[in-house]
Design a protein around this ligand. Structure first.
Ligand SMILES: *[C@@H]1O[C@H](CO)[C@@H](O)[C@H](O)[C@H]1NC(C)=O
Ligand SMILES: *[C@@H]1O[C@H](CO)[C@@H](O)[C@H](O)[C@H]1NC(C)=O
Ligand SMILES: *[C@@H]1O[C@H](CO)[C@@H](O)[C@H](O)[C@H]1NC(C)=O
Ligand SMILES: *[C@@H]1O[C@H](CO)[C@@H](O)[C@H](O)[C@H]1NC(C)=O
Ligand SMILES: *[C@@H]1O[C@H](CO)[C@@H](O)[C@H](O)[C@H]1NC(C)=O
Ligand SMILES: *[C@@H]1O[C@H](CO)[C@@H](O)[C@H](O)[C@H]1NC(C)=O
Ligand SMILES: *[C@@H]1O[C@H](CO)[C@@H](O)[C@H](O)[C@H]1NC(C)=O
Ligand SMILES: *[C@@H]1O[C@H](CO)[C@@H](O)[C@H](O)[C@H]1NC(C)=O
Ligand SMILES: *[C@@H]1O[C@H](CO)[C@@H](O)[C@H](O)[C@H]1NC(C)=O
Length: 287
């Protein structure tokens, strides 16, 4: 068996010493992805020099599904933005992706697409069966199809669904409560970089709000909106700690309390956490 052992040894060390672009070329299921990278000098140079990164590379099948749902005429800027969202700072082997959710920074920093200063994030979410998933904008899920492919500067994870660049909060939450306030008063907060938003989003919470809203002035509505927004802090669930005081855009603080698996903001319970948006994160609350 000595020759086989020798072969394996040579093969492994050969792969480890290879640059990202040549490893990508060896995977036929990445030809669509390679084509996009080849078409952009910005991406080619990013990929040539990339070090300490994880590349989430959508398979050809992923691109096929993705293209069937939209106009195929993407501008080169849009391609660059989308692909840079698939490149993460740091090396994330699948074995490192449990047991807790993790948020990784991508290379997407163009403010036309994202206002998360450290780079728009993706969430790695461990699942019950142990296979991690990737959550991107609009809670879109990508699964790993080929794991942990080595290259000199890090790892490639081949994924089965193209990531979704997170939308603005306004596009995510189009309910009456947000629209009720004067756009001029809330826009400054809505589009500011590095935000955490708490969005009342149960029937009871919306009904309670709709009852009092007609009697509120525009500035009271804006104050109510600002009381649900935290500037200069991106409070992904992994970041929230019990007892934490967060200063709202309205000026006063809210308090985070964690009891068991449940997180409260003052008295309101977080019912769904971690909607990634263009400038941070949104948690849905029940009050
Ligand atoms: C990308 O460009 C290289 C060099 O120009 C070429 O060898 C390769 O075939 C191209 N790959 C694709 C998928 O277009
Ligand atoms: C950011 O995106 C916009 C819109 O797609 C584009 O015009 C601009 O050149 C991009 N900026 C950089 C630095 O890539
Ligand atoms: C790799 O990137 C991660 C995430 O940005 C960082 O925490 C780590 O220090 C980097 N490691 C090296 C060796 O540069
Ligand atoms: C980022 O912020 C700038 C200015 O604050 C704003 O014009 C832009 O629309 C924001 N980008 C996104 C994707 O929301
Ligand atoms: C977000 O996801 C929902 C359900 O998964 C879908 O119906 C909706 O069209 C998506 N919105 C966008 C803007 O992609
Ligand atoms: C709102 O104002 C109307 C008219 O002034 C009043 O009848 C109603 O009770 C008020 N509703 C609330 C919830 O305060
Ligand atoms: C943006 O938020 C991140 C994470 O909370 C922080 O590290 C960074 O310094 C912030 N940048 C600005 C300009 O506020
Ligand atoms: C409000 O929260 C900020 C940020 O955590 C903290 O520095 C400040 O002391 C708090 N203010 C009050 C009145 O609790
Ligand atoms: C709370 O977390 C524990 C352990 O993580 C889990 O077993 C339990 O089902 C969770 N409870 C709820 C209500 O989610």
């Amino acid at each position: 068996m000595a020759p086989l052992f020798f072969f394996v040894f040579v093969f492994v060390s050969h792969v480890q010493s290879q640059a990202l672009l040549s490893v990508m070329e060896q995977h036929v299921e990445l030809s669509a992805f390679n084509h996009y990278v080849n078409s952009s000098s910005t991406l080619t140079s990013l990929f040539s020099s990339a070090n300490n990164i994880t590349l989430l590379a959508p398979s050809n099948a992923a691109f096929q599904t993705w293209l069937s749902n939209r106009s195929p005429t993407l501008s080169s800027d849009q391609i660059e933005a989308l692909l840079s969202y698939h490149v993460l700072h740091g090396v994330f082997p699948t074995v490192s992706l449990s047991p807790k959710p993790q948020f990784a920074s991508s290379f997407l920093t163009n403010t036309s697409y994202a206002n998360v200063t450290s780079g728009q994030k993706v969430e790695f979410l461990p699942t019950i069966n142990g296979d991690p998933q990737i959550v991107s904008g609009n809670k879109s899920i990508s699964d790993f199809s080929t794991k942990d492919i080595l290259f000199t500067g890090g790892l490639i994870q081949i994924i089965d669904t193209v990531l979704t660049i997170p939308l603005s909060y306004e596009l995510l939450v189009t309910q009456a409560n947000l629209c009720a306030a004067d756009a001029n008063l809330v826009n400054a907060v809505l589009y500011r970089p590095n935000m955490t938003f708490f969005a009342p989003n149960t029937q009871e919470a919306l009904a309670a709000f709709n009852e009092i809203a007609p009697n509120m002035s525009q500035s009271e509505l804006a104050g109510a909106f600002n009381y649900h927004a935290i500037p200069n802090f991106i409070g992904y669930s992994s970041q929230l700690k019990s007892g934490m005081q967060l200063k709202t855009a309205q000026g006063t603080n809210v308090t985070i309390t964690i009891q068991g698996n449940t997180t409260f903001v003052n008295g309101a319970k977080i019912v769904t956490s971690d909607y990634l948006v263009a400038n941070g994160v949104v948690h849905m609350i029940d009050g």
